[in-house]
Design a protein around this ligand. Structure first.
Ligand code: HAM
Length: 442
């Protein structure tokens, strides 16, 4: 066969290897941080269980309507921060920016009033906001949240939400947080306050920022949420909501404060606190760490959301809160690093199996199964050969005990149990390994 003449080969252009990255503002949660995340989830479960909240999970995607109708057309979240998805079928969905609206949607969809009132629900999961990423502000972040639906008009539930929010932080040993509280009134008294605020800002129009000029007509309450320096002195002198509350709202707020006083919960009143979502009325609050402008959590009463999202415009008095887990996680991590502690509470009841030589390796899998049956967590590094390298892994894993099985032990039918903290060790019969480990872990 005749071979075809060889074409002159073009030199292959080497493409620059690009290391793929997670999307901007969205982060992987790596194995080394997982124990702390698990601690946060366990704390939420414990606090929710104590105050009798049942778990609810809603989809990460919701119809855009759910948020456009509830969070507020002229809020930052709806105007700029929602991730939209248009499905092939033409549905307009968004990655949920928060979960209160989703929970209320689920309440009506599944007629959850059948479970009785007040209905206490909690959740945890990722939320998405198209924000400019910066320290403590991400595009994907996680929240845990409490909602009390059908919470009548009772100030006791407002107080209980604030208490549960603070208790969650205490559960993960974050103490002395600052709680800021305000009341933004109701349908009856808020219009007169808004008018007063607008009148005041109209007199200052030339001095306020571009965004505030828009807020002045579209969403005056949000004027108080402006972070621009040029607006700060104007904001400082603005009329305060508390001076314009109707008698019922004043009484409600006073009673919330009394309940908090009764349990010794320390708070400060913040006349400028209005929150970034439009569905609130009466009590609003945020929780901070000293010297940090970023809130760890926040919430409030939202008595009108049910009428907005329910098909029958049924009133559904409600109150709730949510906490941002990334911000809380970072506080825990910094504290652990300061204390030189890497947190492995999950390793306190774990043992590490070290095997040296072929006969020991042969025995390992069966031994692991024996420990599994006894529900003792056993970690191994069967691919490693030397005692030194396996001990190094055992050390890194922060287990309490290591089991050492060498040729001699296999021959004698024994195993060495080493206390990793104290460096002491003892040889015990192999058949008693599980029993002996159990005793020591106890
Ligand atoms: P929120 O104040 O928008 O309220 O969010 C609650 C918490 O989520 C914040 O205090 C903060 O810790 C965290 N968070 C918010 N945005 C970000 C972000 N971009 N990056 C990192 N963390 C963030 C709500 O979402 C309401 N649904 C709370 C609520 C429940 N109100 C009544 N019920």
């Amino acid at each position: 066969m005749k071979s075809s003449p060889k074409k002159t080969e073009k030199p292959v252009k080497k493409e620059k290897a690009i290391l793929l990255q997670s999307p901007k503002g969205m982060h992987d949660i790596l194995p080394e941080d997982q124990p702390r995340w698990e601690l946060l989830r366990a704390a939420m479960r414990a606090v929710a269980h104590f105050y009798n909240f049942s778990r609810i999970d809603t989809p990460i995607l919701e119809s855009a309507d759910v948020f456009e109708r509830s969070v507020g057309e002229f809020t930052d979240i709806v105007e700029k921060e929602m991730f939209f998805i248009k499905t092939r079928g033409g549905d307009r969905l968004v990655l949920r920016p928060e979960n209160t609206a989703g929970v209320v949607r689920a309440y009506f969809q599944h007629n959850l009033s059948r479970l009785g009132h007040p209905l206490k629900l909690y959740y945890e999961g990722p939320m998405f906001r198209y924000e400019q990423p910066q320290a403590g502000r991400f595009r994907q972040f996680h929240q845990v949240g409490f909602e009390i639906l059908g919470a009548e008009d009772d100030s006791l539930y407002d107080a209980q939400i604030v208490i549960a929010t603070v208790r969650f932080l205490e559960e993960v040993k974050i103490k002395n947080v600052m709680v800021s509280l305000n009341s933004i009134g109701c349908k009856a008294c808020r219009p007169s306050y808004k008018k007063k605020l607008q009148d005041y800002y109209k007199g200052e129009q030339l001095k306020i920022c571009k965004d505030c000029k828009r807020r002045l007509t579209l969403n005056p309450l949000r004027l108080l949420d402006c972070k621009q320096e040029q607006c700060a002195p104007i904001k400082a002198k603005a009329p305060v909501t508390l001076d314009y509350l109707c008698a019922a709202c004043r009484h409600h707020f006073k009673s919330v404060l009394e309940y908090l006083d009764d349990v010794g919960l320390v708070y400060t009143l913040d006349h400028r606190l209005v929150r970034g979502l439009d569905y609130y009325n009466r009590t609003v609050f945020e929780v901070f760490m000293e010297r940090s402008p970023l809130s760890l959590g926040g919430g409030g009463r939202y008595d009108y959301l049910g009428e907005i999202l329910g098909a029958r415009k049924t009133p559904l008095p409600a109150v709730g809160s949510a906490l941002g887990l990334e911000r809380i996680h970072d506080i825990l991590k910094e504290r652990d690093l300061l204390q030189g502690k890497s947190l492995r509470p999950d390793r306190l009841n774990s043992v590490f199996l070290i095997q040296i030589g072929e006969p020991a390796k042969r025995k390992s899998l069966a031994l692991i199964e024996e420990f599994r049956k006894a529900r003792i967590h056993i970690i191994e590094s069967l691919g490693r050969e030397s005692l030194k390298s396996q001990l190094r892994v055992a050390d890194k894993e922060q287990v309490r005990l290591a089991l050492i099985l060498g040729q001699r032990e296999v021959f004698e039918g024994s195993i060495i149990i080493r206390d990793m903290q104290h460096g002491t060790q003892e040889t015990v019969p192999l058949v008693k390994a599980v029993e002996e480990v159990k005793r020591r872990l106890r």
